[in-house]
Design a binder for this molecule. Sequence first.
Ligand SMILES: [Zn+2]
Length: 297
Amino acid sequence: MTAGYPLCNMRGGLTVVLVALLLGAAGCGGGEDPAAAPAEESAVEESLKLYVFECGRLRFDTVERFSIADDETDVRELIVPCYVVDHPDGTLLWDGGLPSAVAENEGWGDNNQRLDRTFAEQLAEYDLGVDLGSFDYVAFSHIHFDHVGVAGELTGGTWLVQQGDLDAAFPEGPGAEAAEPLLDNMRNLERMVLDGDHDVFGDDRVQIISAPGHTPGHQVLFLDLAETGPLVLSGDLYHFRLSREERRVPTFNFDAEMTLESMERVETFVAERNATFWIEHDLALFETLRTAPAFYE
Ligand SMILES: [Zn+2]
């Protein structure tokens, strides 16, 4: 309701005065009576921000292992992003890019991987108030090397990991050697083991959605951004647009049937929430995005 000032600001008129009286507006003569001020609109929600980083690139001679014939797409290069979610109650690192050692390559090196600037260098340069020791939460969409690159450099934060990926990461138990050496360090972090979806900050705005199949504990991330709107980050549910259009399951996935079920579940969620969906590895999409220090909110 906007009783009070708008009426008082109008020039005279019995009707206006009467309406003001009926509405209980006081102090029309003085004009500065705080009691007559319009009620504050409901408190504006503190901003949720998403920062997008380039954390490497991969290229391929053939895409057949993604169950795509080489003549079905011209795409041979994938982007490898990292994301920082800045919520009023804390920060979340989502996906950790290529290992920082890849940055020692000149360009593509000899393994079709490149990393022009490490995530740590970018964080330091952009001065966003976070570093590899200060995240409140760390979550990887899954435990493949191109998503856990900074795992060995993290010195703080709670690791949000599905039981399936924890078991795959440490086949002999969390105290024993990791399947992927980069993950050895993760045993030193606090850990929250998930068995399904998880509302990270308890207000529905940042949700981990379980989507197993690519790995046993693969997951995607949902963000409810005030301006950008609802958004889902794919993890490796799909690598290519064609993978999504035709539900192609890579030959190297942990479980093809489980992957298809997860695709169905996530697509239903995306449709219900009317969410934008970003295929994380999609280079053409990435080139249209705002990258850090710019952000989405
Ligand atoms: Zn990947």
